[in-house]
Design a protein around this ligand. Structure first.
Ligand code: PSZ
Length: 498
């Protein structure tokens, strides 16, 4: 019944034996997970990706669902480590990892083991309405797992399902906090109670959340008002009139453009203050500011630690909450577990949202952002205890296998390699940037970018685009220097062919 991955793939391709010594494919035929294999290099068998089988599946799916975004159909039984396998037998070195959401690669033996345990299986099957009927182990799990990785200074956690709903509910927490500051211990007035039921002030107050141009905070209706990366996300959908400030656009290399980039910081920060003043005058005061530590979908735009420190000062001076959206940056790939740890902030942020690599969504905050009354922040599932089991093991593997050190080492090789390619092909590439393995490079224009991403895929490397002209790298935490060298070799080959 059980078979080893190496037996089901062409003999021509050697497989690399890493720490575990017997990886076996497929959850049904799993006997032991003491072994872990992945291909030594990418395997590309079809002339096009999507290949014929993916194309056939796409046409099947198109009868019931729109398929305009689908790149190929994956074979998740075969996928292993850093390699995603498709249904046509291609194995791509995946440095995009399901939009930056796979921490330990595919079919990590330790994760496969979790659901062999019957009590864990029961945790998966009996998904509770966590707000009302949490399981007996829930307090202990939250304390030992999620609070263990809580950003410094934040002692409360609200769990959710995804990044968008984490931001949505964090906005609500911020509005409730803001109103509580003036209401104090007084209860709700009858006027507030009646007016909120017909979407009117004072019960539904005119408050706003300030966000930045180029930001991505999700696509649900409230979060979408703070998302400004692509028009296609927003068009035809009503939005709140909330303030939008410019986000720094740096010149690279950073160390050669210090003064200019500092002026860019100052320009954006003064815009933030002006917008806070303007929206106060407009009677839509800013209750919170939402910001990504590195704007991801919008093009991997970085801002300096000094920018974030000054932004926090503006928040403190104006009585505005600072929400740091770590949905894409959280989980270790920037070289710190939370990217904002790089910023050396004077105070903890007020709210930190997460999802993706952490498997479930949610946000960390302090007591002030926990509504006193029950049922104000609530939904059916409020997270998923089976995802916490995965997160528990993921955190253990990160620690036991020193994956944060690994991120530093692999990131250094990848970043230096990109800088070298930038020098070799200045007409095609520029502005290499990022932290850890959370890296990006700009292309000369969007046509060149799209062509590089698709040609790289046909050369066995799955990357992703972001913004108009950037390629982003989002490998798993198990991505090593050897993988970085494969990416760089293939990248060079593609650039030469252009
Ligand atoms: O096109 C999309 O909808 C995409 S592509 C990448 C994302 C969404 N990222 C999700 C994301 C994020 O990167 C940040 C910084 N904040 C919030 C979100 C929303 O998370 P989800 O997709 O889980 O709702």
């Amino acid at each position: 019944m059980s078979y080893i991955l190496v037996n089901v793939l062409p003999k021509a391709h050697a497989y690399v034996k890493t720490k575990y010594s017997t990886y076996v494919s497929g959850i049904n035929c799993m006997k032991t997970y003491s072994t872990y294999w992945e291909p030594k290099e990418p395997i590309v068998r079809t002339k096009t990706i999507p290949g014929p089988k993916s194309t056939e599946l796409k046409s099947q799916l198109s009868t019931v669902q729109s398929t305009g975004t689908i790149q190929f159909f994956a074979d998740y039984e075969k996928s292993a480590g850093n390699y995603i396998f498709d249904v046509d037998g291609n194995a791509l070195l995946d440095v995009y990892t399901q939009i930056s959401s796979v921490p330990l690669g595919y079919n990590h033996p330790k994760l496969l083991n979790i659901f062999k345990d019957e009590s864990n299986l029961k945790t998966m099957i009996n998904r509770p309405a966590l707000g009302v009927f949490p399981g007996k182990e829930w307090p202990e799990k939250l304390n030992s797992i999620l609070m263990n990785i809580a950003p410094k200074g934040l002692n409360k956690i609200t769990t959710m399902m995804c990044g968008s709903c984490s931001n949505e509910n964090a906005f609500k927490s911020i509005f409730i906090w803001y109103q509580n500051k003036t209401r104090g211990d007084a209860g709700f007035t009858t006027e507030e109670i009646d007016s909120c039921m017909i979407n009117m002030a004072p019960g539904a107050p005119k408050l706003s959340i300030l966000s930045f141009k180029g930001a991505f905070h999700g696509r649900t209706l409230g979060a979408l008002s703070t998302t400004h990366s692509k028009y296609i996300h927003k068009i035809d959908v009503p939005s709140f009139d909330w303030p939008i400030a410019s986000f720094p656009q740096y010149k690279y290399p950073l160390d050669e453009n210090v003064a200019e980039n500092r002026r860019e910081d100052e320009k954006c920060l003064s815009e933030v203050q002006s917008l806070i003043d303007a929206y106060k005058k407009k009677d839509k005061p800013v209750a919170g500011i939402i910001v990504e530590p590195i704007q991801s979908e919008g093009g991997d735009n970085e801002a300096s630690p000094e920018f974030f420190q000054a932004l926090q000062k503006i928040c403190k001076t104006n009585g505005v909450a600072l929400l740091i959206d770590e949905v894409q940056t959280g989980g270790g790939s920037t070289g710190k577990f939370w990217c904002h740890e790089h910023f050396d902030l004077e105070y903890p942020p007020d709210v930190v949202t997460f999802s993706k690599k952490l498997q479930l969504g949610g946000y960390f905050h302090n007591n002030d952002f926990a509504p006193k009354e029950p049922y104000r922040i609530f939904n059916t599932w409020m997270g998923d205890p089976s995802k916490i089991l995965l997160l528990e093991e993921i955190l253990k593997v990160i620690k036991d296998e020193h994956l944060m050190t690994n991120v530093e080492a692999a990131g250094k090789v990848l970043k230096q390699g990109l800088l070298n390619l930038e020098k070799e092909f200045p007409q095609l590439l520029n502005s290499t940037r990022g932290r850890g393995t959370f890296l990006a490079v700009n292309c000369s224009n969007s046509k060149v970018r799209d062509s590089i991403v698709s040609t790289l895929r046909l050369n066995g490397v799955q990357t992703g685009g972001c913004g108009e002209i950037s390629i982003r790298f989002r490998p798993a935490l198990i991505f090593k220097e050897a993988h970085a060298n494969i990416v760089l070799d293939r990248f060079r080959k593609v650039l030469r062919s252009m």
